[in-house]
Design a protein around this ligand. Structure first.
Ligand SMILES: NC(=O)c1ccc[n+]([C@@H]2O[C@H](COP(=O)([O-])OP(=O)(O)OC[C@H]3O[C@@H](n4cnc5c(N)ncnc54)[C@H](O)[C@@H]3O)[C@@H](O)[C@H]2O)c1
Length: 311
């Protein structure tokens, strides 16, 4: 099913893996991105194919979003300001992640867009009391970023009741892979460990390293987005977890990266009282409604990351 897909924030990390998958199946892509974090070199190469257009605009400007929506029948909404700055600058976070998202969803509804795929986040759950985390479980969004992701899901529900659009809000867990910025909030620990290991130094872990994350490879995340663009509308209008279902502790991560980099060191543990939070997705809905499951295991994915020039 080829179409013109509007990808907001398509110049960023997940977009870098999504756009080639869309082009591979024959879609045309219009990227709406203010280039605050985007990669200009990569976009220029895509634009040169004649099948990708860059609209350098900000989702905070409703008029620009409306104009960019013209002629698009599907939308992937990735543009957001990340969780890092959310508490320091809640105004910007709400402006981009709530007002900007509303602009995208309202324009999609007005233009008769059939499917919106929204990059939501596992952070809507807050610190879970039990694992795995299921979509219908309790939500405790803790920061303006997390509140905005939850609000985005509710706005989609609102517009879908008043227009033709159907939607999936994909709650991404800890996305990692080639091209990720070293400052990425949750996964910056990967970059930190790799830098130390490359210098022949052991990873240093606070406490016992029991804190865990559910690491999902960005290639699998991009696949999930494509599948959500195509999935049956009768199964749509729901949030869907995109993770692996496996909680990997920081200590396990360190050992996996030691093997991937290939150095002979042991992790060092620094005795500390650490608040241990754990994460693992219940991914049964992703299989049920999208037909999606992860294909890249942690060892393969981390090796891929270490071998890539960017890590
Ligand atoms: N990477 C993860 O681990 C992760 C986890 C959960 C959710 N998400 C969500 O997935 C989406 C994509 O994440 P990413 O890792 O690719 O982030 P990213 O920062 O690499 O990409 C975001 C893109 O949005 C653009 N952008 C930011 N503000 C904008 C604005 N006001 N107008 C237009 N464009 C704007 C940036 O220039 C950038 O190209 C985000 O919505 C993020 O919240 C990511």
């Amino acid at each position: 099913m080829s179409s013109t897909v509007l990808v907001t924030g398509g110049a960023g990390f997940i977009g870098a893996h999504l756009v080639p998958q869309l082009l591979d199946r024959g879609d045309r892509v219009r990227i709406l991105d203010n280039m605050s974090r985007g990669d200009r070199g990569r976009i220029a190469a895509w634009v040169a194919t004649g099948r990708v257009e860059l609209v350098e605009q900000d989702i905070r400007y409703g008029g620009a979003v409306h104009q960019a929506m013209t002629g698009c029948d599907r939308v992937v909404h990735l543009a957001a300001v990340s969780i890092n700055k959310s508490e320091a600058d809640p105004y910007e976070s709400i402006d981009i992640n709530v007002v900007g998202s509303n602009n995208v969803f309202k324009a999609a509804a007005d233009h008769g867009v059939r499917r919106v795929v929204f990059a939501s986040s596992a952070s809507v759950y807050g610190d879970p009391e039990t694992l795995p985390m299921a979509e219908d479980g309790p939500l405790h969004p803790l920061t303006p970023y997390c509140i905005a992701k939850h609000t985005g899901e509710q706005l989609l529900d609102y517009y879908s009741r008043r227009s033709e659009l159907s939607w999936f809000a994909l709650r991404f867990f800890n996305v990692y892979g080639p091209g990720q910025k070293p400052t990425a909030y949750y996964t910056s620990v990967i970059n930190h460990f790799v830098q130390r290991l490359r210098a022949g130094e052991p990873p240093v872990i606070d406490g016992e390293g029991a804190q865990s994350m559910d690491f999902v490879h960005v290639h699998d995340v991009a696949r999930a987005i494509v599948m959500a663009l195509d999935a049956d509308a009768a199964r749509a209008d729901v949030p869907v977890n995109i993770g692996t279902g496996i909680d990997t502790s920081v200590a396990e991560l360190a050992r996996t990266l030691i093997a991937a980099v290939g150095v002979d060191v042991e992790p060092q543990f620094r005795p500390r009282d650490v608040l241990v939070s754990r994460r693992a997705a219940d991914i049964s809905r992703a299989l049920d409604v999208l037909g999606w499951k992860p294909t890249i295991d942690l060892r393969t994915g981390m090796q891929d990351l270490v071998d890539s020039e960017i890590a």
